[in-house]
Write a protein that binds this ligand. Structure first.
Ligand code: HMG
Ligand code: MG
Length: 606
């Protein structure tokens, strides 16, 4: 899957700012694993540690071990553009140690206020600027990039509110010293969006370009996410954050951690702003480090998403059967009509779109075969569920738009035929009494989105997932609107149709529109296996009746048809010779029913 260039840059400061205030010694291997996990989650700038007085910050006294470890060396030697691994240094001693370890970027730090400067680096603001200027000059001579921090941009724990001019003076001095970017630190976490707006306007109107600034917001008063958003709308594009919302400074008593990286990524992805970060992996990392530190996860989005994704990301642990490792399912190839592969495993039919060169766009022949295969499966008593997935980078790019093959703009008879083909496919899917699952291996566009949303359940891989791209081509999401609007809801469907924007898997997950997001195709396959293993415990008749109840609710909610339909389902489920009777008998015998086995008493037809 291609990763789009991030539209905002996130500077992950968890291994430094996040850990520096923790009293109990965090083992060095835990710090190394944290760095690795953050990198694996797609973070491209990670502040590794600080080389400061071990008396001032005992937690990071192992900075040499961290920087000297082979895994960190490998990161430092990686010359891939866009990767940055800064180390915080307060003085020449810190710079020398960083240089000895092959560090290619350092961060210098000063305070805009006297009280915090004295407490944090034991000098005045003036002396702090002079020291940072000297360190930055030497670092640049050594070919090392320098980032600058200005602390206490809104207030100081000892001196009170900070004048904007004091912040400006520090920012200007650090830029003059050769820092490529200045991170504005609300060390106490007291600022709110109006303060952010006023300060940024002050700085820009006094000659500081926004492109040279970054936001570093602590979350003491719960304003950090709002501050980031305000700064973003003012034009800032670089933000510091800490996984799990870890952090704080021993010299800013009571100050909370940095804004949580998960909360930032969640917010940006929801706004369609790409960060390049794999949110599910980041959430896992936030949960993991919180457990390692025996503290609760301070990321609200991280906590919420980890609860939501747990059943999909790990085998459920509610029963002995489920807690076992899931063995990969073996699929038997049944047939391979043009553009498709049809497999079976027990009562599960798997239909794979196999036209990767064209992004699995649906040709007329694929539409016809898909429809007839689904229609046959719909009446086959030996088929319980149908899975749809695809080969290649895309799940399905919708209608065929190829030169010479596309039915678009070919006149009314071609249009009528295509209308019939498309509606037949979506109706066969939508009215299927079987459980239909879309395992989306990649993004879907237009009709491909409708395909996925005419199914009952969706799993997908992280990143761009759905684009209703029709309006870009002068078209509209006509046949699929019936399913997309029903499932997405009117406002979201309208906005996605009118903007033709790429909606990420993470956004779909948070909107409750997909059941799980996997980090890779391999993980998606495992998720699918796990889901199908769980679904053996669900009876086909019970599932069919449940689908009917859901349909009655959205189609006839509160009306006579619903009441009548519910009564019919009720009568069916209470029958003496129905699946309910079988399920009840097994329940009373304290046995778990394997419904796949029950269905497969005869051989499958397809
Ligand atoms: P000092 O006591 O004035 O100066 O400390 P010193 O030079 O006499 O050093 C004291 C001891 O530290 C000596 O050891 C030095 O060798 C040692 P001793 O001889 O007594 O055994 N030392 C060092 N050891 C390792 N690496 C070094 C180093 N430098 C000195 N680089 C100093 C002045 C600046 C060194 C000290 O105050 C210090 O290390 N302060 C750092 C405090 C700190 O790390 N605070 C947190 C980071 S800032 C922050 O969190 C804010 C930020 O996130 C943005 C925001 O939120 O606003 C960036
Ligand atoms: Mg900080």
């Amino acid at each position: 899957m291609t990763i789009e260039t991030p539209q905002v840059r996130i500077v992950e400061v968890g291994p430094r700012d996040g850990l520096q205030n923790i009293r109990a010694k965090v083992p060095t291997p835990t710090k190394l694993e944290l760095i690795q996990r953050l990198r694996d989650a797609g973070l491209r700038t990670i502040e590794l540690t600080s080389v400061v007085s071990p008396r001032a910050i005992p937690q990071l006294a192992d900075c040499r071990e961290v920087l000297g470890h082979s895994s960190v060396k490998t990161l430092l030697q990686n010359n891939q553009a866009g990767l940055r691994f800064p180390v915080l240094v307060p003085n020449i001693k810190g710079l020398d140690i960083a240089l000895q370890h092959g560090v290619k970027e350092v961060a210098v730090f000063i305070s805009a206020t006297e009280g915090f400067s004295k407490a944090n680096i034991n000098c005045s603001v003036e002396q702090g600027i002079a020291r940072a200027t000297e360190v930055a000059g030497l670092a640049r001579k050594a070919g090392v990039a320098v980032r600058g921090y200005v602390s206490c941009i809104f207030a100081d724990p000892y001196d009170g509110p900070t004048p904007e001019a004091a912040v400006w003076r520090c920012v200007k001095s650090l830029l003059d010293a050769g820092c490529y970017e200045i991170s504005l630190g609300d060390t106490l976490g007291v600022g709110s969006p109006s303060n952010v707006n006023i300060l940024l306007k002050y700085l820009t109107s006094h000659g500081i370009p926004l492109s040279k600034l970054a936001g570093h917001f602590h979350d003491t008063y719960g304003q950090a996410v709002a501050n980031v958003w305000e700064a973003y709308t003012c034009g800032l594009r670089v933000f510091d954050s800490s996984v799990g919302g870890l952090g704080g400074c021993p010299f800013a008593p009571g100050a909370k951690g940095n804004v949580a990286t998960e909360d930032l990524v969640y917010m940006f992805h929801n706004a369609g702003i790409n960060t390049g970060v794999d949110l599910p992996k980041l959430v896992e990392t936030g949960e993991w480090i919180s457990q390692q530190l025996s503290q609760s996860n301070s990321s609200r989005a991280g906590k919420a998403l980890s609860i939501k994704t747990k059943p999909q990301t790990s085998a459920p642990t509610t029963s002995k059967a489920n807690s076992k490792q899931i063995t990969p399912l073996k699929w038997t190839l049944i047939s391979s009509p043009e553009g498709l592969l049809i497999h079976r495993n027990g009562p599960t039919l798997k239909i794979t779109l196999n036209r990767p060169k064209n992004g699995n766009a649906l040709t007329s022949s694929m539409l016809a075969t898909l429809t007839s295969t689904i229609q046959t499966a719909n009446t086959d008593p030996l088929t319980t569920r149908i899975v749809f997935t695809a080969v290649g980078r895309f799940f399905c790019t919708g209608m065929d738009l190829g030169k010479g093959s596309s039915p678009v703009a070919q006149g009314s008879s071609a249009s009528d035929a295509q209308f019939t083909r498309l509606t037949a496919l979506y109706e066969a899917l939508d009215t299927s009494p079987k459980v239909t699952i879309a395992a989306m291996n990649g993004p879907a566009f237009g009709g491909g989105v409708g395909f996925a949303f005419a199914c009952d359940i969706r799993l997908c891989v992280s990143g761009p997932a759905c684009t209703l791209s029709e309006v870009k081509l002068g078209l509209a999401a006509a046949t699929i609107s019936k399913y997309v609007v029903r499932e997405w809801g009117v406002p979201f469907a309208r906005e996605a149709m009118l903007t033709a924007r790429s909606v990420s898997a993470e956004e779909l997950l948070t909107r409750g529109l997909v059941s799980g997001v996997s980090g890779s195709i391999g993980e998606l396959e495992k998720e699918l296996d796990a889901l199908l293993a769980r679904m053996k415990l669900c009876s086909p008749g019970g599932s069919r009746m449940s689908k009917e109840l859901v349909r009655l609710a959205w189609a006839h909610g509160g009306k006579e048809e619903q009441a009548k339909g519910i009564k019919e389902v009720f009568d069916e489920m209470m029958k003496a010779d129905g699946e309910g009777a079988v399920g009840l008998r097994e329940f009373q015998m304290k046995r778990k029913m394997d419904w796949d086995k029950f269905v497969l008493e005869a051989k499958p037809k397809l």
